[in-house]
Design a binder for this molecule. Structure first.
Ligand code: AMP
Length: 517
C-alpha cells in the first residue's frame, strides 16, 4: 500500500516523501484512514512501529482548516515524559513543514514564561506532559474546552508513572465533542477500562501482539553475582561490536555510579536520569544521537521511548521491576528493520523478575555466558527454583549450568550507599530549577484534589458501557495495583525516577533522613 492511497493531502504527502518514507508502516496503514474519518482509535502499538506519524500526519490535515484562539488549543497530545513530548514536537515540525500550524510544547524543566507566550499566540497543536499542562491550567494560562482532537500516547507508561489521575482530570476538562486517539504498547485490563471511559465507539488497531518483543532483537540473559555485574558488563561491551548502546539501571543513583565506573575504565559513557536538569538531559541526548557519546547509562523514565536510529545494543544492568519495562527497554534497538542485541544482567536474586518477563513475552530469554566469567544459577529461594539454567554459550566459552556452585551474595555495600541527609532531601524536595512551584508531573503521589467532578459531561458517550471504577485521584499506583506489592526490591523503587515517598509527600522529617546503623 502507498501513502497516496491513505487519503492524506498533497502537502503532507510531499513532507513524507521528502523525509524519505516510501511505504506506510502497518500502524500507519491501518490508523491514518480511520483518523481522517474522524473516528476514535484504540491503538495497541509500541514505539518503533511508526506510531507517531500514524496520528501526526492525519492531524495535520484535520487541523489545516481553522484558526486557534489565544490560550485555546485545538488539539492536545499527552505524553508521559519530556523526551517523548519533544520527539513528537520534532515530528510535527518535519511533517507539518508545508502547513502553518502553531505548536507549543509544555514540559517541565523549562521556563513557564516562554510556554505562556506560545499559548497566548494561540496553538493548533499542544504537546504536553500531564503535570505541566495542569500547572498552566491552574494558573489560568490555558483553556481546554476547544480541543477537538486528543491523543493519549503511551497510556500504559502513564499508568506506571502514576499520571492517570492527572490524565483523568485533563480529560474531564475537555469537551465530549472531540476525537480521541488512545495508544498503548500493552493493553492490560486497567488500560482497557480507561480506554472504555475515554473513547467513543473506537476502532481498535493492533500492530503487534501485546507485550511482544521485536523479532529482530537477539536477546541474551547472563546470571552473575550482583558484585560482578560491572565486570560482566565491561566484558560484554568489549566482546560485542557496539555502535551505540543504552545501559538501563533500575535506580537513579546506579546510573551515575555506573557511568563513572565505565568512564574510569575508558569507555565513552554519558548518563541520563530524572534528577538532571532538562537542559542537561537534552544536551546528553543530543550528544548520544550525534554519536559523541557511545554508551548512555539511563533510567527508565529518562530513556523511555527514545527514538535513536540504528541503536545496536541495549543492556539491562538490572532486571526491570516491571516485565512491561523489559519490552520497552529492549525495543530501543532492532528498529526500522535493523538487527539489535539486548543483554540482561541478572543476579541470582532476580530470578522471579526474569520469570515474570518470560511469562509476559511467552518465551525464555536465551542464557548466555560472559567470556571468562563463571555462570551462576538463580537463587531457588527467590521465586521458583531455577537451578541449572545457566546454559548456553557465548563467544569465549566457559562452564555453564553451574547450579548453586557459588552462593548468591548480597549486593555489595558500596553499590547501595546510604544517602546522606542532603541527598535524601534532594531526591524528595522540589528541585531548584522547578520554581516557582514543583512540577506536578514529578510528584505523582499527592493529596487528592478538591475539584469539581467533570464526568457528567461524558456520560452520554458511555451510556452502554460498564459502570465506571471509582476515581482514584491521589492514590499511589501501587495501591491500585496490589499485585506489584509482592515484587522484590520494593524499597528500591524510592530511587526510581519521579517516585516520591508515600505518606510524607515532599517532607522528610530529619530523623528519618539520618543514617542508621
Ligand atoms: P515511532 O514508532 O513513531 O517512534 O517511529 C519509529 C521510527 O520509524 C522513527 O524513526 C520514524 O522516523 C520511522 N518511521 C516512521 N514512519 C516510517 C515509514 N513509513 N517508513 C520508514 N520509517 C518510518
Amino acid at each position: 500500500m502507498s501513502f497516496e492511497s491513505l487519503g492524506l493531502s498533497a502537502p503532507v504527502l510531499q513532507a513524507v516523501s521528502e523525509k524519505g518514507y516510501t511505504q506506510p508502516t502497518p500502524i500507519q496503514e491501518k490508523a491514518i484512514p480511520i483518523v481522517l474519518m474522524g473516528r476514535d482509535i484504540l491503538g495497541c502499538a509500541q514505539t518503533g512501529t511508526g506510531k507517531t506519524a500514524s496520528f501526526v500526519l492525519p492531524m495535520i490535515d484535520i487541523l489545516a482548516e481553522g484558526r486557534a484562539k489565544s490560550r485555546m488549543p485545538r488539539s492536545l497530545i499527552l505524553e508521559p515524559t519530556r523526551e517523548l513530548a519533544a520527539q513528537v514536537a520534532e515530528n510535527f515540525e518535519i511533517y507539518g513543514k508545508n502547513h502553518k500550524l502553531n505548536m507549543a510544547l509544555l514540559i517541565g524543566g523549562v521556563s513557564f514564561e516562554d510556554q505562556e507566550r506560545a499559548l497566548e499566540r494561540g496553538v493548533d497543536v499542544l504537546i504536553a506532559t500531564p503535570g505541566r499542562l495542569l500547572d498552566h491550567f491552574e494558573r489560568g494560562k490555558v483553556l481546554l474546552n476547544d480541543v477537538k482532537v486528543l491523543v493519549i500516547d503511551e497510556a500504559d507508561r502513564m499508568l506506571d508513572m502514576g499520571f492517570i489521575p492527572d490524565v483523568e482530570r485533563i480529560v474531564g476538562l475537555l469537551s465530549p465533542m472531540r476525537q480521541t486517539l488512545f495508544f498503548s504498547a500493552t493493553m492490560p485490563p486497567e488500560i482497557k477500562r480507561l480506554a472504555d471511559r475515554f473513547l467513543s465507539n473506537p476502532k481498535e488497531v493492533t500492530v503487534s501482539a501485546p507485550a511482544s518483543t521485536g523479532k529482530n532483537i537477539v536477546q541474551g540473559l547472563v546470571v552473575v553475582p550482583e558484585e560482578d555485574k560491572r565486570e560482566a558488563l565491561r566484558r560484554l561491551i568489549k566482546d560485542q561490536d557496539i555502535k551505540n548502546a543504552i545501559v538501563f539501571c533500575n535506580r537513579k543513583r546506579d546510573v551515575a555510579i555506573l557511568q563513572g565506573s565505565l568512564k574510569k575504565h575508558g569507555f565513552n559513557a554519558g548518563a541520563l536520569h530524572g534528577d538532571m536538569s532538562q537542559p542537561a538531559r537534552m544536551e546528553t541526548l543530543e550528544k548520544f544521537k550525534q554519536g559523541e557519546i557511545q554508551i548512555l547509562v539511563a533510567s527508565d523514565v529518562a530513556a523511555r521511548g527514545l527514538d535513536i536510529v540504528a541503536m545496536s545494543h541495549v543492556f539491562n544492568f538490572d532486571v526491570p521491576f516491571s516485565p512491561e519495562d523489559y519490552v520497552h527497554r529492549i525495543g530501543r534497538t532492532g528498529r526500522a528493520g535493523n538487527t539489535g542485541h539486548s543483554f540482561t544482567l541478572a543476579s541470582p536474586a532476580e530470578g522471579s523478575l526474569v520469570e515474570a518477563i518470560e511469562k509476559l513475552i511467552g518465551a525464555e530469554i536465551p542464557r548466555v555466558e560472559v567470556p571468562g566469567m563463571e555462570a551462576v544459577a538463580f537463587d531457588p529461594s527467590e521465586g521458583r527454583g531455577r537451578r541449572g539454567r545457566g546454559r548456553g554459550r557465548a563467544p569465549g566459552g566457559g562452564r555453564s549450568g553451574r547450579s548453586g556452585e557459588r552462593a548468591p551474595r548480597a549486593p555489595r555495600v558500596e553499590r547501595e550507599p546510604k544517602p546522606a541527609e542532603a541527598e535524601v532531601q534532594a531526591e524528595r524536595a522540589p528541585r531548584p530549577e522547578r520554581t516557582p512551584r514543583p512540577e506536578r508531573s514529578e510528584r505523582p503521589h499527592r493529596e487528592p484534589r478538591q475539584e469539581p467532578r467533570q464526568e457528567a459531561r461524558h456520560e452520554p458517550r458511555h451510556e452502554a458501557r460498564e459502570p465506571r471504577e471509582p476515581r482514584s485521584e491521589g492514590r499511589a499506583p501501587r495501591e491500585r495495583r496490589p499485585e506489584r506489592r509482592d515484587r522484590p526490591h520494593r524499597n528500591d523503587r524510592h530511587d526510581r525516577d519521579e517516585a516520591v515517598p508515600m505518606g510524607l509527600g515532599d517532607h522528610v522529617p530529619a530523623f528519618l533522613a539520618r543514617p542508621t546503623r
